[in-house]
Design a protein around this ligand. Structure first.
Ligand SMILES: Nc1nc2c(ncn2[C@@H]2O[C@H](COP(=O)(O)OP(=O)(O)OP(=O)(O)O)[C@@H](O)[C@H]2O)c(=O)[nH]1
Ligand SMILES: [Mg+2]
Length: 463
């Protein structure tokens, strides 16, 4: 009987495999194996690279999200640069805002006079005539108080229309002071025109204005009652703003009306004309308080390293509204933090015990230290530099409000770099991880000066 044939070990696949693994291979086999290994590695690297590229594409497809903390004016600058056509289409809605801002200045002046000593004084003053009529007999002496009462009576319809629009536009969640047609003893605390960003305020506003019906005082060339009223009261408004006695009352009150947001009295002739349309500068200067969150979307035609689809969120800055910011912290790529530095001598409207610059610095600290934002680029805009320079030039001393400023020179350059250093120290000390400090000095109502900064944020890294 033939013995059972034993398979040579090379026939056993298991043995073969084991043999292979212990290196019993010929030179040709080894060369082949190495070649295959190289091919496999190349394939694997190609796959890795493809995955990486896909991830990058996905990242680019995800919108770049920027949160604007404070200053809707910054958003307006983005709109001018990135969506000029849509910006131009919005211009008409801003006309009413500018007009309401103008009426607000009228109200502030009337209230300042009402609260002044001159108002209660019985002192006689020159008659204030709005028409160049001549009379043979000298006019009877007239008090400042009488003049004021007459003027205020004539301007009352303006206040009434402002009042009704503010009330009808007021967002439900806003708890401002109730407005009345009467003048208030606190001009600074006047309720402002504010809109809820979630409602389409531009439509609401145009409906309200056009739906008011035309007033009897409204010249036919004016399409809406507010324009007509301003035109018919132009002379009285001018008198109020240019009268020397009124000027001296304002000066004594220390209220810098011309530096208040939304000041347009020097542009009265232009604004009171029948075909008035706000310029870019007017819209940048117009004051409209943000309540809620406005989302602004735009697509960059040439995508940069961050992608082409951008979202900018503008949030209301007053204290009560800050709780609404938190959900936006979760997946935001960059934060533009607006610090108005000119407010060093002002207090919060919502809490007169707190200095506004101090409030901004505390907020800056919170934002820098927020754990959700640790990977986020934070770009600081030290804004309202124009007003800051004006204030310092007029002799207002920074060290009166910030004692640590000491005896340093009270000029813009020294003061702004001092404040910049303070912001940087807080940034470095409070960031959970080290990160780059980006800071720009801005004056956002100056479109041309801001264009470069806005471009650097959108096109570059924020530097
Ligand atoms: N002079 C000057 N005025 C500015 C500057 N930036 C903004 N303003 C004016 O300040 C006013 C208020 O600006 P906004 O940008 O609306 O302020 P905001 O922070 O959005 O205010 P809220 O919506 O109440 O949170 C507007 O009338 C602007 O024109 C600036 O750099 N210089
Ligand atoms: Mg705003």
């Amino acid at each position: 009987m033939m013995p059972a044939r034993t398979h040579p070990s090379s026939d056993d696949p298991l043995t073969r495999a084991l043999n292979d693994s212990i290196g019993e291979e010929s030179d040709a086999e080894r060369d082949l194996r190495l070649k295959k290994e190289i091919e496999a590695r190349v394939l694997s690297d190609t796959i890795d690279e493809a995955i990486k590229q896909e991830k990058a594409i996905l990242k680019k497809q995800r919108p770049v999200k920027i949160l604007l903390l404070g200053k809707s004016t910054a958003l307006k600058n983005f709109q001018i640069i990135h969506t000029p056509q849509a910006w131009a289409a919005e211009r008409i809605s801003w006309r009413t805002v500018v007009q309401l801002n103008l009426i607000r200045s009228v109200r502030i002046i009337l209230e300042t006079i009402l609260n002044s000593q001159s108002f209660s004084s019985r002192r006689h003053s020159l008659p204030l005539s709005t028409s160049p009529e001549r009379s043979h007999s000298p006019p009877p002496p007239i008090t400042f108080r009488q003049r004021y009462i007459e003027l205020e009576g004539r301007l009352r319809p303006l206040l009434a229309i402002e009042d009704s629009l503010i009330q009808r536009l007021a967002p439900d969640n806003e708890t401002g002071e109730p407005t009345t047609n009467r003048l208030s003893p606190h001009p600074q605390k006047l309720r402002e025109i504010s809109v809820n960003a979630l409602s389409s305020w531009k439509n609401v506003l145009s409906k309200l204005v056009n739906g008011e019906g035309s007033s009897g005082d409204c010249p036919s060339s004016y399409k809406d009652p507010i324009s007509g009223l301003i035109a018919s009261m132009k002379q009285d408004i001018r008198t109020l703003w240019t009268d020397p006695e009124v000027r001296s009352v304002i000066q004594r009150s220390k209220l810098r009306i011309e530096d208040l947001p939304g000041f347009f009295l020097n542009d009265l002739d232009r604004i009171a004309s029948p075909d008035y349309m706000p310029s870019d500068d007017d819209v940048l200067k117009a004051r409209l308080k943000t309540v809620g969150v406005t989302e602004y979307r735009f697509t960059r035609e040439t995508p940069n390293m961050f992608g082409s689809d951008w979202r900018i969120y503008d949030v209301g800055g007053s204290r009560t509204q800050r709780a609404a910011w938190a959900p936006y912290f979760q997946d935001v790529d960059a934060i533009i933090f607006l610090a108005p530095i000119s407010v060093f001598d002002q207090v919060l409207v919502e809490d007169p015990g707190v200095n506004r610059l101090e409030d901004t610095v505390l907020l800056w600290k919170q934002v820098c230290s927020h754990p959700f934002l640790k990977k986020c680029n934070i770009i600081l805009f030290m804004n309202k530099t124009d007003l800051m320079a004006k204030k310092l030039e007029s002799g207002i001393r920074l060290n009166r409000y910030i004692p640590s400023y000491g005896e340093r020179a009270n000029d813009f350059k020294t003061a702004s770099s001092y404040l910049q250093r303070k912001f940087q120290v807080i940034f470095n000390a409070n960031s959970p991880e080290p990160r780059q400090f980006y800071c720009h000095m801005t004056s956002l109502t100056d479109m041309h000066a801001s264009a470069k900064v806005i471009a650097s944020v959108t096109y570059g890294t924020g530097r």
